[in-house]
Design a protein. Structure first.
Length: 612
C-alpha cells in the first residue's frame, strides 16, 4: 500500500502536469515532450486506480476519476486533434478534482475537530462574499447540462436550451457533461452547436468536475429531465441582478414533480407528446413580474441559477451519503450566512422528474430519508422538517389584513422562516415595503434570521420580548404553534402581544388542536407529539385546551374581537374515521362536535385591534 503522502505527491504532480499541458495545448497536436508527459499521467492514474480499487465513499470517486483520466488519454491517442479540448475539459478538471477529494478525505475528515473547523471556514467564506469585490468573468452565465443515459430526455433538454436561449450575444457558456452514458449521449453532445463537451466514460454520482471549467458569473445546473421555455434565462438573470444578496433563484414547474409547494397546476400531460402544449402554456405563463418572486427559507433545486463563486462552498457535504437532505443542507448554509433564495412564480419550466436518478436510488429513497434526516440533525442541531415554521393554508386568510406600505411586522420564533417569508411575499405582492422584526426564544434559530429580517430580538419569554419591543406592530405572528411559545399565563401573554399592536393591527397565531386524530395517534403510539427526536433524547410538550382559550377570549374586554380558520388535511381523514368509534363523549360535548375535532389539524387565530 502506498503511503498517504506519496499519493498526495503523485496527485500534486498530476495537477502540475495538467496545468503545463493546458498551456502546451494551444500550439496544436501533442509533440514528443507532451506525449511523454501524457504517458507519465497515465502511469500515475493507473497507480491511483490500483490503490483505490477497494475504496468506498468519497475515496471511491478518486478511483473513478483515475479510470476516467486513462479513458480520456485513450481518446487523445485515438483523436489527437481533440488534444486541447480533452486536456481543458477533462484531464485537468479530473486531476484537480482528485487532488481536492484526497485533501478533503485525508485532512478534513481526519477528525470531528477538523470537520467542524472546515465547516466554520466555509460559513465564514460565504459571509465574506457579501463584501467581496466584483470579479470579471468571460461569460455572464455558464449552463451545465448533465446527461446520464435517457438520451431521449437529454435531446429534449438540449433542444429546448438551444431553442429558448440567446447565444448570439456571446454572454452564455454551454457546457455539456456526459456522465458515463452508454446510449449515444456522448456522440450527441459532440455534435451540438455552442457546446463545450466534458466526457466521463465511467459514471461518478455527484461529480463536481465541471466547477473547474465554468467561467460565467452565474452557474446554472441543468438536469436532463428539465425542459427550457420562453424567456427562462432572462427572467432568472433579472432576479439575480435585482439584489446582490440573492445567492440562488429557482423557477416554478409542474406541481407533480416537485415538493416544497414550488409547483403549479398544469393543463397538459407529463409526456413527450404533450411538450408542444407545455410550450404554449409556458409562453403565456412566462411574463416577467417581480411581484411574483417569493423569498423562501429553502428551495428544492430541480434547476437553479446561483453565484459561481459559491459553487464549491455549497457543494454537497459528503456526510449526506444517500443524496437526501442535500437541498436542505445547502439552503441552511445560505440562510445562516444572510443570503436570499428566491422562487420565481413568473417563470415556468417543465420537469419530468427523476430521470437522472437510477431506479435503485428511487427504491432506496425511504430508508435514505430517515438516515439523512438524522445526519442533518447532527450537523445543524435542529430538525429539517420540524423547524420550517410552515403552516399550509395561511394563504386563505390574507384578507384578514390589508398589507399596506410602511407597516411593521413582528414574528415570534420564526425558526427557519417559512411563514415569515409568506408574509413578506404578501407585502411584495401588494408592492408594499415592510419592516420585519424577529423575536427568537430558542437560540438555536438565531442564525436563521439575517436573510429576511431587519432586526432580531433574543428573548427568554413573551414578556421579555414585549419589553424589548420599542415600536407598535401592524402584524404579529409566529413560526410555531401557540403552545410552543414560552408562555406563562396564556391570556396575560396575549394581552402583552395585543398591547404591541398598532391601531388596526392583527395578532395572527397558529393554534394546534391537541384532540385531532393526527395528534392523538402520535400520543397513543409514542407517548409524545410528532416531534423529531433521537433515540436517546427526552423531550416534553405542553398543551392548550383550545375551547377554553376561545371561551376566555370571547369574555375578554379587549381580546374578544377574534376569528378562526380551521385547517384539515386530506391525509388525516382516514385516521379520523378509524378513531371515531373510540370516542367517549362528555356530557357537554356533542358527537358531531367531537368527530369534527378529530378532523381539524389546527386553526389560525386572528385577534384584531380596532382602528382609532
Amino acid at each position: 500500500m502506498m503511503e498517504q503522502e506519496q499519493l498526495r505527491g503523485l496527485l500534486d504532480i498530476s495537477v502540475e502536469a495538467a496545468d503545463y499541458l493546458l498551456e502546451k495545448s494551444a500550439s496544436g497536436a501533442p509533440d514528443e515532450e507532451t506525449r511523454e508527459l501524457l504517458d507519465n499521467l497515465r502511469q500515475i492514474a493507473a497507480l491511483v486506480e490500483t490503490e483505490m480499487q477497494a475504496a468506498e465513499g468519497g475515496l471511491r470517486q478518486i478511483y473513478l476519476y483515475a479510470k476516467n483520466v486513462q479513458a480520456s488519454l485513450d481518446d487523445i491517442d485515438a483523436r489527437p486533434e481533440r488534444f486541447a479540448r480533452i486536456i481543458c475539459m477533462e484531464i485537468r478538471p479530473f486531476v484537480r478534482e482528485m487532488q481536492q477529494l484526497w485533501a478533503f478525505q485525508t485532512d478534513v475528515l481526519a477528525s470531528g475537530e477538523h470537520i467542524a473547523a472546515y465547516r466554520r471556514n466555509v460559513m465564514e467564506q460565504m459571509e465574506a462574499l457579501h463584501d467581496a469585490p466584483q470579479e470579471e468573468y468571460p461569460y455572464e452565465v455558464s449552463i451545465v447540462l448533465l446527461g446520464y443515459n435517457k438520451l431521449e430526455y437529454t435531446k429534449c433538454a438540449a433542444e429546448s436550451i438551444l431553442a429558448h436561449t440567446d447565444f448570439s450575444r456571446g454572454n452564455v457558456e454551454l457546457i455539456v457533461l456526459n456522465n458515463g452514458s452508454d446510449d449515444g449521449t456522448r456522440e450527441y453532445f459532440e455534435q451540438l452547436p455552442h457546446a463545450k463537451v466534458m466526457n466521463l466514460k465511467h459514471n461518478i454520482l455527484g461529480t463536481y468536475a465541471y466547477t473547474h471549467v465554468v467561467t460565467g458569473k452565474y452557474f446554472l445546473g441543468f438536469s436532463n429531465d428539465v425542459v427550457a421555455t420562453p424567456h427562462w434565462l432572462d427572467h432568472l438573470l433579472a432576479c439575480m441582478k435585482s439584489d446582490a444578496r440573492i445567492a440562488m433563484a429557482v423557477p416554478t414547474c409542474n406541481e407533480g414533480s416537485i415538493s416544497n409547494l414550488q409547483g403549479v397546476p398544469i393543463p397538459y400531460r407529463n409526456t413527450f407528446e404533450d411538450m408542444e402544449k407545455m410550450q404554449v402554456f409556458a409562453a403565456d405563463f412566462n411574463r416577467l413580474n417581480p411581484r411574483l418572486w417569493e423569498d423562501r427559507s429553502q428551495l428544492m433545486t430541480f434547476l437553479a441559477i446561483m453565484r459561481s463563486d459559491m459553487i464549491r462552498l455549497i457543494a454537497a457535504d459528503p456526510v449526506f451519503t444517500k443524496a437526501e437532505f442535500v437541498d436542505d443542507d445547502m439552503s441552511t448554509a445560505l440562510r445562516r450566512t444572510g443570503w436570499r433564495q428566491v422562487l420565481l412564480k413568473d417563470t415556468f419550466m417543465h420537469h419530468f422528474g427523476g430521470v437522472t436518478l437510477s431506479a435503485d436510488r428511487v427504491r432506496e429513497k425511504g430508508n435514505a430519508l430517515d438516515a439523512m434526516r438524522r445526519v442533518y440533525y447532527d450537523k445543524w442541531g435542529v430538525d429539517a422538517w420540524d423547524s420550517r415554521g410552515c403552516f399550509p393554508g395561511v394563504e386563505n386568510i390574507w384578507d384578514w389584513h390589508a398589507f399596506a406600505a410602511g407597516e411593521r411586522v413582528l414574528m415570534l420564533e420564526p425558526r427557519f422562516g417559512d411563514l415569515a417569508c409568506q408574509i413578506y411575499n404578501r407585502y411584495r405582492m401588494e408592492s408594499a415595503a415592510v419592516h420585519m422584526t424577529a423575536a427568537v426564544f430558542d437560540e438555536r434559530y438565531l442564525p436563521d434570521t439575517d436573510y429576511l429580517f431587519d432586526a432580531t430580538i433574543a428573548a427568554d419569554s413573551i414578556g421579555d420580548a414585549a419589553a424589548r419591543c420599542a415600536a407598535a406592530y401592524d402584524l404579529i405572528s409566529a413560526g410555531c404553534y401557540l403552545d410552543e411559545l414560552p408562555l406563562g399565563d396564556v391570556i396575560a401573554n396575549l394581552e402583552q402581544l395585543y398591547g404591541l399592536l398598532a391601531p388596526g393591527g392583527l395578532l395572527l397565531l397558529p393554534v394546534r388542536n391537541p384532540g385531532s386524530a393526527y395528534e392523538l395517534s402520535h400520543l397513543m403510539n409514542t407517548g409524545m407529539r410528532a416531534v423529531y427526536m433521537c433515540p436517546d433524547e427526552v423531550k416534553r410538550f405542553s398543551s392548550i385546551a383550545y375551547k377554553n382559550l376561545l371561551a376566555a377570549l370571547h369574555a375578554h374586554p379587549q381580546l374578544h374581537s377574534y376569528r378562526t380558520y380551521s385547517i384539515m388535511f386530506e391525509a388525516d381523514q382516514p385516521l379520523a374515521e378509524k378513531l371515531k368509534p373510540l370516542l367517549e363523549l362528555q356530557h357537554d360535548v356533542s358527537r358531531e362536535e367531537a368527530e369534527l375535532s378529530l378532523h381539524v389539524h389546527m386553526f389560525f387565530l386572528g385577534i384584531s385591534k380596532p382602528s382609532v
